[in-house]
Design a binder for this molecule. Structure first.
Ligand SMILES: NC(=O)c1ccc[n+]([C@@H]2O[C@H](COP(=O)([O-])OP(=O)(O)OC[C@H]3O[C@@H](n4cnc5c(N)ncnc54)[C@H](O)[C@@H]3O)[C@@H](O)[C@H]2O)c1
Length: 275
């Protein structure tokens, strides 16, 4: 008996990193899974993004866990594509119960970070893309009347600034912070309306997580390289955690154990926001 037996989860950015980890956990606990990922490069992003091979590998691994899986190459910046992916998921599985708006980019470093495209890509992916998904799943969640859980992936950048030098006020970095702050407004409003329908809306707030987004030379050189002492420090005095640590919180937020938890931003940040 799994916590998510008979449920269907739709997960953006599911090809790798945290999205993949969430998908594997939910599948391991009984869910059918739709993973959506751009599986392509966005020009303003300096580090390599997920590939079609990553998406296929995650699909295979999910199937190996016994899950029924739909893997869709989908750019969350494209509203019509998100709507089509949601419709395909509902048609295939009959319902959507769990929604993880997780896809993200960090266009904060590298040459392209100073171009306005980096702002647009960041906001389009992490604010517009989250809204497109939430808007597309809402009618079905209400009509089916069987409740549900939405979990957005925020960031400690949902609450604080991280810039410490003029170069960091670049369009990529500012777009990241603006989008991550913005999703809290989406969470609060959707939580207020969907609560009486048994649909809960929460946000997980990771600090550093060991994924390609921060495990790359650009991050180490341009952001962390000349950072002042204490930059992004946390009270537990440790570095990035593995994606599975964030998955523990996401799985709990989406489970019946959290049945009365809604409108919350749950920080799994080792106390970063205390400083
Ligand atoms: N890694 C960290 O330190 C950290 C910290 C706080 C928050 N986050 C957030 O966690 C989430 C997951 O990131 P991650 O750490 O797993 O990084 P990641 O780069 O490994 O994974 C992000 C995934 O999103 C996909 N994606 C990007 N743009 C997309 C688009 N337009 N449409 C569909 N898919 C798209 C990528 O292809 C990739 O598979 C992001 O929202 C990120 O902002 C990460």
């Amino acid at each position: 008996m799994g916590r998510f037996d008979g449920k269907t989860a739709i997960i953006t950015g599911g090809a790798r990193g945290q999205g993949r980890s969430h998908a594997l956990r939910l599948a391991g606990e009984g869910a059918n899974i739709a993973i959506l990922d751009i599986a392509d490069q966005v020009e303003s992003v300096a580090y390599p993004m997920a590939t079609p091979e990553d998406l296929a590998a995650t699909e295979r691994d999910l199937k190996d866990l016994g899950a029924d899986v739909l893997a869709i190459q989908c750019d969350v910046r494209d509203q019509a594509a998100v709507e089509a992916a949601v419709a395909a998921t509902e048609e295939r599985f009959g319902a959507i119960d769990i929604v993880l708006a997780n896809a993200g980019i960090m266009a904060s470093y590298g040459e392209k970070s100073q171009e306005m495209a980096a702002w647009h890509d960041s906001v389009d992916t992490m604010l517009n893309g989250v809204y497109f998904l939430m808007r597309a799943v809402t009618p079905g969640l209400i009509e089916r009347g069987r409740g549900g859980a939405i979990c957005i992936t925020g960031s400690t950048s949902s609450f604080r600034g991280v810039a410490y030098k003029p170069e960091m006020l670049n369009p990529g970095q500012m777009g990241y912070g603006a989008a991550k702050h913005g999703v809290l407004a989406l969470m609060k409003n959707f939580a207020m309306v969907l609560g009486k329908h048994g649909v809960r809306v929460n946000t997980v707030i990771p600090a550093g997580v060991s994924t390609t987004m921060i495990d790359n030379d650009f991050f180490s050189r341009d952001l962390a390289g000349d950072a002042p002492g204490g930059w992004m420090a946390n009270v537990m005095e440790r570095g990035p955690v593995e994606p599975e640590e964030i998955t523990h919180a996401v799985a709990w937020l989406c489970s019946d154990e959290a049945r009365f938890v809604t409108g919350q931003a749950l920080a799994v940040d080792m106390g970063t926001l205390l400083i």
